[in-house]
Write a protein that binds this ligand. Structure first.
Ligand code: AMP
Length: 494
């Protein structure tokens, strides 16, 4: 029997290990289960010098890590033959109410919507798949050879409760393959996401599930109702609501009492039809080929309505799940932690990337039926993980040398020299400064290893001074040999 067949037969979930603290009740009282209200916006008027809540500036050291990540993303997407697109940051609100689903958290609570002067209902895009699907329909891409493979990278907006790794403006790398439902595409898409992590040596786990087709889900939702209805009182308030509106989401609630109840819940894999089961087994078979390791996780359902069949999340390996950011810690200082937020702090649900198949989305948006599969990878979370594992990346785009000058003639020459040098070596300078001391202090602050010093004498002699900032040693070199000498030194240091 092929390996995947064996796996699907033993698809019953392992009982999750209880992480209950000694002395803490397993089921919280109804008072405790009351979901904490969303914090109200600050009462005092917003300070013009502060970024809006949940939105932040990405400063230079973080941006250096982002640059490395974004370059790798672009190289990888191009290497696999995906085409780069960009869609508007504003879309019609109806795109998401129709595409993402009216009962989803995103549409119900998290979109930034407004009417423009022409009374169009617009919103800041909360996710990319619906927008990419709209572009596919809009530009008649159905008439191109299928599948059409696209990628994009940019900001998205959700009015969520800000916390570590969760922002109101965040960035995603999205990859989509439209127009073909072959299971090999699911594996292709997943393997590209996994490849990004492996190229950076980041330890991650792929959690995968199949949520079947509409029919499989109808049967399953009825079973869920039968199971959960008698236990309603024990569920958190959100889950009591979800029981009526979005039953599958009961399975990915992180409230301790709901996780406990979930243990005995029926599993979707017992309800998926033969074609969906076969599709899933083929996806797993192709993943085995790459190979990509996976955990079958029947509780992965995803929060968006358009998904069917394959759904997956990529999470940090267990030992790396405690991701903290300074911003997140700051938020925690300002708010009371709810049990859910504690769970997030320990990383149990900190997905770096998530995706799946969405065969009905294009039709739902008014296009000729065409299947699709894709993922969205969170740049903030992946960059934080990358920085954590590889702190040196902060300096990836830092200048390697500093050009200092003394006197007006040297300043002029330094400007020319700077332009020559940057063809080969990233360099900084502070040409408006007068004294050498002030300039070398800047070089020190930038942590460059070598400063090139140019004065009146050097101009006459056609030389420059190279100062090793670490050792405090200086040497005079021929102006024309500067670039080759400095390159050799830098290579020797690495
Ligand atoms: P989703 O679009 O909800 O499927 O999310 C895909 C990925 O985007 C997640 O796995 C996260 O890495 C990232 N992500 C989603 N929402 C946020 C957010 N509010 N802040 C930061 N990253 C997010």
């Amino acid at each position: 029997m092929p390996k995947t067949k064996k796996i699907i037969k033993t698809f019953k979930a392992k009982k999750p290990v209880q992480k209950r603290k000694r002395g803490r009740p397993a089921i919280l009282t109804s008072k405790q289960t009351k979901k904490l209200p969303l914090p109200t916006e600050p009462q005092k008027p917003a300070e013009p010098s502060q970024a809006p809540r949940g939105m932040r500036d990405i400063l230079t050291t973080d941006k250096a890590v982002w640059d490395v990540l974004e370059k790798k993303i672009a190289d990888l997407a191009r290497a696999f033959g995906y085409g780069h697109i960009e869609t508007p940051i504003l879309e019609y609100k109806s795109l998401f109410t129709r595409g993402v689903g009216a009962t989803t958290d995103i549409v119900q609570k998290e979109m930034y919507c407004f009417k423009d002067h022409g009374e169009d209902e617009l919103c800041l895009r909360p996710e990319g798949t619906a927008a990419a699907a709209r572009a596919y329909i809009n530009h008649g891409m159905l008439n191109l050879p299928q599948p059409v493979k696209l990628w994009y990278l940019g900001p998205f907006f959700r009015r969520e409760r800000p916390q570590s790794g969760r922002y109101r403006q965040f960035h995603q790398w999205g990859v989509e393959a439209f127009g073909d439902d072959h299971p090999v595409l699911d594996a292709e898409i997943i393997s590209i996401a996994m490849r990004l992590f492996s190229e950076f040596g980041l330890p991650v786990c792929l959690e995968i599930n199949s949520i079947g087709c509409v029919q499989c889900r109808e049967n399953y939702k009825n079973e869920l109702l039968k199971f959960y209805e008698p236990k309603q009182e024990l569920l958190c308030e959100t889950c009591r609501h979800r029981l009526q509106t979005n039953r599958l989401r009961l399975l990915d609630c992180k409230e301790p009492q709901c996780e406990l109840i979930r243990e005995g819940a029926p599993q979707i894999t017992d309800f998926i039809c033969e074609p969906c089961r076969n599709h899933f087994m083929e996806v797993l078979g192709y993943l085995d080929e790459v190979p990509v390791l996976y955990n079958l996780n029947p509780f992965i359902v995803r929060g968006l309505d358009y998904y069917n069949r394959t759904v997956f999340e990529i999470v940090p390996a267990p030992e790396d799940r405690e991701q903290k950011t300074e911003e997140g810690d700051e938020e925690r200082k300002n708010e009371n932690d709810s049990p859910k937020r504690e769970t997030e702090k320990t990383g149990a649900q900190v997905a770096l990337c998530a995706g799946g198949r969405y065969d009905g989305l294009i039709e739902q948006l008014g296009g000729r039926p065409a299947p699709g599969v894709g993922f969205a990878l969170g740049i903030e979370r992946t960059a934080a993980f990358l920085k954590n594992k590889n702190p040196a990346l902060e300096k990836a785009s830092a200048p390697q040398i500093f050009i200092a000058q003394l006197g007006d003639a040297a300043r002029r020459k330094a400007l020319t020299l700077w332009h020559e040098v940057v063809k080969d070596i990233p360099a900084a300078a502070a040409l408006s400064k007068e004294g050498l001391k002030a300039q070398l202090e800047i070089a020190n602050r930038l942590q460059v290893r070598y400063a090139i010093i140019l004065g009146q004498k050097e101009i006459i002699d056609k030389t420059v001074i190279i100062r090793d900032m670490e050792a405090g040693i200086q040497e005079i070199v021929d102006y024309n040999k500067l670039i080759s000498v400095i390159k050799r030194k830098i290579e020797g240091d690495n």
